[in-house]
Every structure is written in structure tokens, then in C-alpha cells.
Design a protein around this ligand. Structure first.
Ligand SMILES: Nc1nc2c(ncn2[C@@H]2O[C@H](COP(=O)(O)OP(=O)(O)OP(=O)(O)O)[C@@H](O)[C@H]2O)c(=O)[nH]1
Ligand SMILES: [Mg+2]
Length: 543
């Protein structure tokens, strides 16, 4: 193939890609929506119910054993599927704040976000936090008001809340007909002028057939909705047309307004309508900032960054996968690329296309795509992988742990598995490890951002590594790192009993504190000592 036709293919491939994350407070229905969206890509025949039922497939997106047992998402999942000439890379994220470190990292890989709102609950605290992160990045945000099949709030109220609580104006793409719950009749598509009727009896596991009629078809719609409901719909639509925010693409691109959809993920209503309009309005792969400025998708050299590492996704393989988001160029199997952090060149022989826990070897990938690299130990969170002149992408956010506990191994004969397990979970960023300075590294202190991560560690060590452990909470709540080469000043410090000097897993000296007050007191008393909020040479994100 000649160079120019190569770059034409690249451009076409870039233009048809959409890489987006689904975010919200726990339980708004992200995983449910994810699985319905997949139906339209023909990716799975039947979406697994999130509360697993017999004889039906398990939720594809919640693949981890713990997720299946508890019905919540613990870790984000990548799913790639085709739809209507496009290639969608979807990132389903966990809503629980204890896992938000994973969600924030994943958002770095997305070019836009779909925010789910439970129509009965409105804007909830975790949605607010995640929205703020998207806002800071300036990415377009789409809103899906979910669970319309159940009694919920008035749609205008919900839009007001978006504006008042989140500070974003909204532009409804569709408008609900009838009160949510038993009275919910469907939605009106403001562009096509069609009414899509909600069919309560339709089975949520299949692609929903759509019954539609134009708003102008007074006779048929009065028949279907009743004269009163039809009149109300006409009034509401007129009001929106006059007083509402128009769907201005430039404003959507800048994240200044959010297109709003209404539907019911579990009954698969409004999902395809959302998907069709989403691919029109959502951005194709966008540039990413590196040390040398923005790297654009159209640039010929292959470049990407690792935003997630996950071990044991496939019980048959038991390996570690580094998730890489392609930023520029074209990726090819067997390509030799450099890990800029280590300076090593690695041949990428078995790159994987990811579909939750399932995968297949991929021959090529384009900007926006997320591929799984299986080279053991070669890649860590935040690594830049590239061909040609090295660049370094901006770091992946890390958070200071706020909960600490000593992890004890109950069966000493499983020492090796225990060590391997905690090491791999720390590479994933599930926990941070701390050790007593100058002592054997047998049972480490774990630091986590959210308490539930301790459960995840214990559960995964048992199911994935076969080791039983006990987590003994430690009284600390804060950590500060110390700069090396400051020994003289450190000798002068009188360390109170309620703090403990440790080293992190890379050997950086640090101190754990029980109280913020005690920590600040010591910091103020010793201006000659630098107490750092993150390990020397790294960047920390503030929540
Ligand atoms: N009635 C109704 N229930 C829904 C709808 N969508 C999802 N649910 C239910 O809401 C619950 C939570 O759904 P999930 O999809 O697991 O929610 P999630 O946002 O992925 O939750 P986390 O990942 O744990 O944050 C499940 O019991 C779903 O069946 C809907 O449209 N209507
Ligand atoms: Mg989920």
C-alpha cells in the first residue's frame, strides 16, 4: 500500500471511532445500559441481567467474581463493538466512591462521557464528583435519564437540577411522554418529530422493536396517548422549542451544554435512539497532552499510554494485561515499541482486543482504540509506549491513601503466592504497599483510598491466588513522603508515638500519621523537612 492511501485509511478509521466512559453514582444503571448498548452492536445476543438469573448469561461487563456476587462494579471494563459504520470503545466504570481511583484513571482514556441519572434520585453525590472531573478535562458530556419505567421526578425538575447543582445547561434530544412509572408512555424525538412508544411487555433482553408516529398525526396519537396526554405533549414541545437551549454542536464539544435523553435501560427503551444520536454528536478521538505539547491522532507515529493494569481477567490465562489507549498513528501486531519510562524496546507480539474478560488477538488498532498488552511486567500505570522520537504523556492520576491496614497471611506455606498476589494488586493500583524500614518485607501495610478496597484485596487474594488473609486495620489516616538526602534534618525530628516511619514499595521513606492535627503540628514544627503529598517525582491528583 502506498503511503498516502495508508494515511487515508488512518483518517477514516479515526473519524469513525468514539471512545467514551459511562459514569454515575452507584446503581444508576451503567452496567445495565452498557449491556443493552452491546446488543445493538450485535456484540452479544442477549444482555445478561445484572442480577444474574438462571439460564441467562452473566453480566458481561461485571466479569469479576466479586462483582457477580455483589451486583456492583468494582473495576472498569473496556468493550469494543461496531455500530452503524462506527467503532465504539466503551468504558463502563464503577460508581462506588471507594473505587473512584479506577474511575478517574479510566476517564483519562475517554474522549467523552455519558452521565447516567436515576430519574427518581436526580443528581447524586458521586455523579457530582465525576462530573467535576469531566468538566476539568473539558470533554463533552451526554446525559441519560434512566429508570423512566419507575416513578421518578418531573423532567423539567431534573433539567433544573443539572443546571443548579452541576452548572450545566441542557438540551433535550428526546422528551418523555406521560409521568414516569406506570404512566410512562414513551419519548418524542425532537429532530425527527417521531413518537417512540414504550412497550411495557417487551422483553428487556432483546433489541427493542420501535413503534413510531409523527407528532402531527393527531388522530393516531390521540388514539394511542389519549387526547389529554397528546395535548400536553404538544404544549411541552412548543415550550422547549421556544425557551430551551438549542443543540449547538460547538457548545457540546466544549462541554458547555449536555444533550439529554430519557429512557429505561433495563427494559431497553430509548437505548438505540441514544446510540444513534450519540455517534453523530460525540467527538472522534482527540489529542492528548505530552511533554512536547499535544499529540494529535493524525500523526503517523504510533503512541499511546497505559491507564490501567489488570491481573487474572481470564482464569485460563492468569496473566496481567496493561490497557493502552492509542493516541496517534497505527498500531500493528508484532510492532517493536519503546516504553519511555524504562527506555526498553518491546515487541508487542500478542496484543489483545478487549471485550470485558474476553479477548482475541488484534492485528491492528487506531487512535481511540484500547488494546491489551500482555508482556509480563514490562508496563506500569502511566507508561508511554511509542515508536519514533520519545514523548511522555501527562501522568495518570494517583491518590494518597486514607485507610491503612496490616495484611496477614494465614497460611505461611503459601508465602510465594501471597507475595505475588500483593505485588500484582499493587501494580494494578488497587492498593499501595508500605513496609517497616530496614525490616524483612513479610507482611506489608496496605494503604487504600476507599475502605471497600480492603475487601477486594482479601477476596481477590483468595479467589485468584489461593491465599487466605486477614486485614487488621491500622489507626493511620494520612501519609507524607520524605525527600531523600535530608538525613541531618531528619535526625533532629522528635517522632511522636502516633506516627510511624515506613518506606513505600519503591523504597521511598515516608511517615504515616493518625491525625491531621498531629501531622500538621509536626510539619509546622519542622520547616526544614519537606513532607510531600506524593512520592518524590510523581504527580498527585487532589480529589
Ligand atoms: N427499574 C429499572 N431498574 C433499572 C434500570 N436500569 C438499571 N436498573 C437496575 O438498577 C440496578 C443497578 O444497575 P447496574 O447497571 O448494576 O448499576 P451500575 O450503575 O452499573 O452500578 P455500579 O457499577 O455498582 O455503580 C440493577 O438492579 C438494575 O437492574 C431501569 O431502567 N429501570
Ligand atoms: Mg456497574
Amino acid at each position: 500500500m502506498s503511503g498516502s492511501s495508508n494515511s487515508t485509511t488512518n483518517l477514516e478509521e479515526i473519524r469513525r471511532r468514539r471512545t467514551f466512559a459511562i459514569i454515575s453514582h452507584p446503581d444508576a444503571g451503567k452496567t445495565t445500559l452498557t449491556e443493552k448498548l452491546l446488543l445493538y452492536g450485535g456484540a452479544i445476543q442477549e444482555a445478561g441481567a445484572v442480577t444474574a438469573k438462571k439460564n441467562r448469561r452473566q453480566a458481561t461487563s461485571d466479569w469479576m467474581e466479586l462483582e457477580k456476587q455483589r451486583g456492583i462494579s468494582v473495576t472498569s471494563t473496556v468493550l469494543q463493538f461496531p455500530y452503524s459504520g462506527h467503532v465504539l470503545n466503551l468504558l463502563d466504570t464503577p460508581g462506588h466512591e471507594d473505587f473512584s481511583e479506577d474511575t478517574y484513571r479510566t476517564l483519562v482514556a475517554a474522549d467523552s462521557a455519558t452521565m447516567l441519572i436515576d430519574a427518581a434520585r436526580g443528581v447524586q453525590p458521586q455523579t457530582k464528583k465525576l462530573f467535576k472531573v469531566c468538566r476539568q478535562r473539558g470533554i463533552p458530556i451526554f446525559t441519560f435519564m434512566n429508570k423512566m419505567d419507575r416513578p421518578g421526578r418531573d423532567p423539567l425538575d431534573l433539567l433544573n437540577e443539572l443546571e443548579e447543582v452541576l452548572g450545566i445547561r441542557s438540551a433535550p434530544v428526546v422528551w418523555p411522554i406521560g409521568e414516569s412509572g406506570d404512566q410512562f408512555r414513551g419519548v418524542y424525538d425532537r429532530r425527527s418529530g417521531e413518537v417512540h412508544l414504550f412497550d411495557r411487555t417487551a422483553h428487556g433482553a432483546h433489541r427493542a422493536p420501535v413503534q413510531a408516529a409523527g407528532l402531527a398525526d393527531a388522530e393516531r396519537l390521540s388514539d394511542l396517548l389519549g387526547a389529554e396526554e397528546y395535548a400536553r405533549l404538544k404544549d411541552e414541545i412548543e415550550l422547549l422549542d421556544v425557551a430551551g437551549e438549542p443543540l449547538d454542536q460547538a457548545k457540546i464539544d466544549r462541554g458547555e451544554i449536555t444533550p439529554v435523553f430519557f429512557g429505561s435501560a433495563v427494559t431497553n427503551f430509548g437505548v438505540e435512539l441514544f446510540l444513534r444520536r450519540f455517534i453523530e454528536m460525540a467527538p472522534a478521538p482527540t489529542p492528548r497532552l505530552a511533554d512536547k505539547g499535544d499529540v494529535f491522532p493524525e500523526e503517523p507515529e504510533f503512541r499511546g499510554f497505559v491507564f490501567k493494569v489488570q491481573a487474572n481477567m481470564d482464569p485460563n490465562h492468569r496473566d496481567r494485561i496493561a490497557f493502552l489507549r492509542v493516541v496517534s498513528g497505527r498500531f500493528e501486531r508484532d510492532m517493536a515499541a519503546t516504553n519511555v519510562r524504562t527506555g526498553k524496546t518491546v515487541r508487542l507480539t500478542r496484543p489483545q482486543k478487549l471485550f470485558a474478560a474476553e479477548r482475541e488477538v488484534v492485528e491492528e488498532a487506531y487512535p481511540g482504540d484500547i488494546i491489551g498488552l500482555t508482556n509480563p511486567g514490562a508496563f506500569a500505570l502511566g507508561d508511554t509506549v511509542c515508536v519514533g522520537p520519545p514523548v511522555r504523556f501527562q501522568g495518570i492520576p494517583r491518590f494518597a491513601p486514607e485507610h491503612f491496614a496490616v495484611l496477614r497471611n494465614r497460611r505461611t506455606e503459601k508465602y510465594k503466592q501471597f507475595q505475588k498476589g500483593i505485588q500484582q494488586l499493587s501494580e494494578e493500583g488497587v492498593v499501595q504497599l508500605f513496609h517497616e524500614a530496614n525490616a524483612a518485607r513479610t507482611e506489608p501495610m496496605l494503604g487504600v483510598v476507599g475502605q471497600l478496597q480492603f475487601d477486594v484485596v482479601r477476596f481477590r487474594l483468595e479467589t485468584e491466588y489461593g491465599v487466605e488473609t486477614v486485614v487488621e486495620p491500622a489507626p493511620f489516616g494520612y501519609v507524607r513522603w520524605l525527600e531523600a538526602g535530608n538525613e541531618a534534618a531528619l535526625k533532629e525530628v522528635f517522632w511522636p508515638n502516633n506516627c510511624r516511619r515506613m518506606v513505600d514499595d519503591s523504597g521511598n521513606p515516608c511517615v504515616l500519621f493518625e491525625s491531621e492535627w498531629g501531622m500538621n503540628y509536626l510539619i509546622e514544627k519542622h520547616p526544614e523537612v519537606a513532607f510531600l503529598e506524593s512520592p518524590p517525582g510523581t504527580m498527585l491528583s487532589v480529589r
